[in-house]
Design a binder for this molecule. Structure first.
Ligand SMILES: [Zn+2]
Length: 439
């Protein structure tokens, strides 16, 4: 029985071993099938990763208007602890966060001529270019009506001093050919061509092509220059000194020139000279579109020095400014030749503080003129701002009355920087129009 049992046991074990063997073979086979499928899927999915959207490169450009070297602006720099740099310290982050930063330099920097700065005939001291560079500026328009204020020698010295600070002047040159050459700046593989023109010259000293030259706006040659620049770069930016002083409305000539320049391939026009802001608009021409800032206003000046908040607000317009901030993008690996897109447009409102009234009344020891960022200043004034914004939102009539009284007291305290800045912020927004949004 035992044997039989044992035999039975042996006989019983055989099918179990066979089953296990079979199972192992099945599992082995399944494992290989799964491995094969996973490998196949992985191989199939690999080409799909190539189809992910191409990486996009970006270039950020900040632009401001006229750098005016009135006598009191220079006096303020002389009396400030860090010279010119102190006059626009607040704006430095806007420039340093950008890859390129543009301004129109409305003065020669030619101390070697021995002539001092005087009313309507400008000359700036030798330390100005270093202060512009330290601020983060890189592209400087030298094509404007004051370019020849110190004659051809002044143009030469200005270019020399700007270049010594690694700034890129555009619109004037040691020769005509140089003045008419595009400056091409490259960042993140995006090439931007800059051209600069002036529609006015207080003294036209352009004589021989091998002498210092300032580029005057001639629409036909300007459009040819834009077309040529477009073949060399991914985007074309044109600086134009034009329009009527103190007018918020672009002239017909400005509008017609803008149309022609955009049709020829210009992506962005940076206008200046009116000393006040003009609209920023998208212009469609020649089956394409470009952004036109007709006037960026003053970056710094001594204009409207007697402005006071109680005066009609329009009298302060020459102290309004704007930093236009645009972003060009381009698919990485794309060829050059107008392939960048002007993807984003923002601005930050600026305001020039000027203590002329206090200084004249003997209440200030030194002359203070400096550019400030309105939004940043308003953010610092949040408690007063919140108080005023909540006026009338209180639940009970009694608390509403108390809040109203507090807000009125805050708003009517004189001077009230918060109220002035809110007014300037709103005024700047209304002049620029709806094509651009505040940051
Ligand atoms: Zn001008």
């Amino acid at each position: 029985m035992n044997r039989i049992r044992s035999t039975n046991k042996i006989n019983d074990r055989r099918p179990i071993t066979q089953t296990l063997l079979r199972d192992c073979v099945t599992l082995w086979t399944l494992w290989w099938i799964a491995y094969g499928l996973i490998t196949l899927l992985y191989q199939e999915s690999s080409p799909r990763s190539i189809q992910t959207p191409p990486r996009v490169a970006a270039l950020r450009l900040a632009a401001v208007g006229d750098v005016m070297m009135h006598q009191d602006v220079q006096r303020a720099a002389d009396q400030a602890p860090s010279g010119f740099a102190a006059l626009w310290l607040d704006v430095v982050p806007l420039f340093t966060r950008a890859d390129l930063a543009f301004a129109n330099l409305e003065t020669p920097v030619a101390p070697r001529t021995g002539r001092k700065n005087r009313a309507f005939v400008f000359n700036a001291p030798a330390d100005l270019p270093a202060a512009l560079r330290q601020t983060g500026l890189s592209i400087i328009s030298t094509a404007n009506n004051h370019a020849f204020d110190q004659g051809p020698a002044g143009v030469r010295e200005t270019l020399e001093r700007l270049r010594a600070e690694k700034l890129l002047p555009v619109g004037s040159g040691l020769t005509r050919a140089e003045a008419e050459s595009a400056i091409i700046a490259e960042h993140n593989g995006i090439k931007v061509a800059f051209l600069a023109f002036t529609d006015l010259l207080n003294a036209n000293r352009n004589q021989r092509p091998n002498e210092p030259w300032v580029r005057v706006l001639d629409i036909d040659s300007a459009t040819e220059a834009v077309s040529a620049a477009r073949r060399l770069a991914d985007a074309v930016v044109v600086s134009v000194h034009w329009g009527h002083e103190y007018s918020h409305a672009p002239t017909i000539r400005q509008r017609e020139a803008a149309q022609r320049l955009v049709a020829a391939g210009c992506d962005l026009i940076l206008g200046h000279h009116p000393h006040v802001l003009q609209p920023v608009e998208w212009v469609e021409a020649g089956n394409r579109q470009g952004l036109v800032a007709y006037s960026l206003g003053n970056f710094i000046s001594n204009q409207d020095r007697s402005y006071h908040a109680t005066s009609p607000i329009a009298t302060g317009d020459s102290r309004d400014g704007v930093a236009l901030i645009v972003t060009f993008t381009k698919a990485e690996g794309a060829n050059s030749g107008g392939t960048a897109t002007l993807e984003r447009v923002d601005y930050e409102p600026l305001w020039t503080e000027n203590n002329w009234r206090a200084w004249k009344a003997g209440k200030a020891k030194r002359r203070d003129i400096h550019v400030m960022r309105i939004n940043a200043a308003l953010a610092k004034s949040q408690p007063v701002a919140a108080l005023a914004e909540n006026l009338g939102k209180e639940n009970s009539a009694q608390t509403a009355l108390a809040a109203g009284a507090r807000a009125n007291a805050a708003l009517n305290s004189s001077p009230n920087p918060w109220r002035i800045l809110r007014q300037r912020q709103e005024r700047i927004a209304s002049i620029l129009g709806k094509s651009v949004a505040a940051q």
